[in-house]
Ligand binder design. Structure first.
Ligand SMILES: *[C@@H]1O[C@H](CO)[C@@H](O)[C@H](O)[C@H]1NC(C)=O
Ligand SMILES: *[C@@H]1O[C@H](CO)[C@@H](O)[C@H](O)[C@H]1NC(C)=O
Ligand SMILES: *[C@@H]1O[C@H](CO)[C@@H](O)[C@H](O)[C@H]1NC(C)=O
Ligand SMILES: *[C@@H]1O[C@H](CO)[C@@H](O)[C@H](O)[C@H]1NC(C)=O
Ligand SMILES: *[C@@H]1O[C@H](CO)[C@@H](O)[C@H](O)[C@H]1NC(C)=O
Ligand SMILES: *[C@@H]1O[C@H](CO)[C@@H](O)[C@H](O)[C@H]1NC(C)=O
Length: 295
């Protein structure tokens, strides 16, 4: 019996994918796992899965003063988990119902975000203000084929996605109704070798910068333009106030994100399902409650 459980644990850990802690990965997709010792990083903010099974959010390297933690530490009594088996066995996973859980030894639930929704695709983001947010389900995705092998979403190894535009601070996420909700001509979203931006004459395209191949495009044409993610989740290309393209997917008002994925596809998730901060607590300008006027 013990062998079976151990085997199951090993199988599960090798099946679910592992996020590379490369310094600029701040998105966790559902099915993905943050193992003990790994973290999501956005600038000076880090969400770390610790060896003691506590999931902890740090700002500006103040490791003595976490701004948030799951309080799921299991070894208060016996030091900082100096047991190899033990620190290997705790992890955080974003489930298909949008719930974030911290588990130990596969079966044991130590903490849950508790907010559950319908089965679908969700993302967890560590935003520039240092807040954790879970968005979903996925509302729309560009219709190009995924560039990575089938099934990678649940089995990706660190090597597959540990390359968000080397050493740069390129963005790959738009946030609705914020200063991060717009992509203007001349700016780009980049993840790994994929790039989303406007070509000349305002044709919005995703291309592979290594092969030079265009993977997806809106076929739009205008003199000036920008891409905007609205607070109803709709993605539009506009020329001044005139729409020249839309993904035609509108949802309830809320906070949405559009993410250029590691598979070369662009997708919209939302609204916000769970966050470590309450709406009213959010003081950062970036994450203020949605603003009607697009500044
Ligand atoms: C986050 O991961 C990076 C890369 O693996 C590591 O250097 C850093 O120490 C980690 N930070 C924390 C708080 O665990
Ligand atoms: C943090 O995330 C935001 C939003 O995705 C992005 O614009 C910013 O570049 C990131 N910062 C760093 C230093 O990675
Ligand atoms: C963890 O414990 C601290 C101190 O008791 C508390 O303020 C905080 O809300 C707890 N975190 C969670 C996620 O419940
Ligand atoms: C487990 O924890 C010990 C002591 O904290 C550390 O030396 C070791 O590298 C950790 N092992 C893993 C797999 O994280
Ligand atoms: C890739 O897209 C960018 C715009 O995002 C464009 O400037 C560049 O010319 C494109 N490259 C190729 C080879 O199509
Ligand atoms: C752009 O045109 C190509 C070729 O006609 C088409 O396959 C593609 O679906 C169009 N893109 C969009 C977003 O409609």
């Amino acid at each position: 019996m013990a062998t079976v459980i151990l085997l199951l644990a090993i199988t599960m850990i090798s099946l679910v994918c592992i996020v590379a802690g490369t310094g600029s990965d701040y998105v966790l997709y559902n099915g993905e796992v943050l193992m003990a010792g790994q973290n999501l990083t956005n600038g000076s903010h880090q969400l770390a899965m610790q060896a003691n099974c506590d999931l902890v959010l740090y700002h500006s390297a103040h490791y003595d003063k976490p701004v948030w933690k799951s309080n799921s530490s299991i070894s208060r009594g016996d030091g900082e988990g100096n047991n190899y088996q033990r620190n290997r066995s705790c992890y955080a996973v974003l489930k298909q119902n949008g719930e974030l859980v911290v588990r130990r030894d596969v079966h044991y639930l130590l903490w849950t975000s508790a907010k559950k929704a319908k089965k679908g695709k969700y993302v967890l983001l560590l935003d520039p203000a240092g807040h954790i947010g879970i968005y979903g389900t996925r509302r729309w995705i560009s219709n190009n084929h995924r560039e990575t092998e089938q099934g990678q979403e649940t089995t990706a190894l660190s090597s597959e996605r540990h390359n968000p535009a080397l050493g740069s601070t390129w963005d790959y996420v738009l946030y609705s109704s914020s200063s991060h909700g717009r992509l203007t001509a001349g700016t780009k979203l980049k993840y790994g070798e994929y790039e989303l931006g406007f070509n000349r004459h305002c044709n919005l395209a995703i291309n592979n910068t290594v092969t030079g191949k265009t993977l997806w495009q809106t076929n739009t044409s205008a003199d000036t333009c920008f891409l905007e993610l609205d607070s109803n989740g709709e993605l539009t290309v506009k020329h001044a106030s005139q729409r020249v393209w839309s993904n035609n997917k509108r949802g309830d008002r809320g906070r949405y994100v559009a993410v250029l994925g590691f598979d070369g596809r662009f997708a919209v998730y939302g609204p916000l399902l769970w966050s470590n901060v309450k709406f009213d607590d959010i003081s950062s300008n970036f994450a203020m409650p949605t603003d009607e006027s697009s500044q």
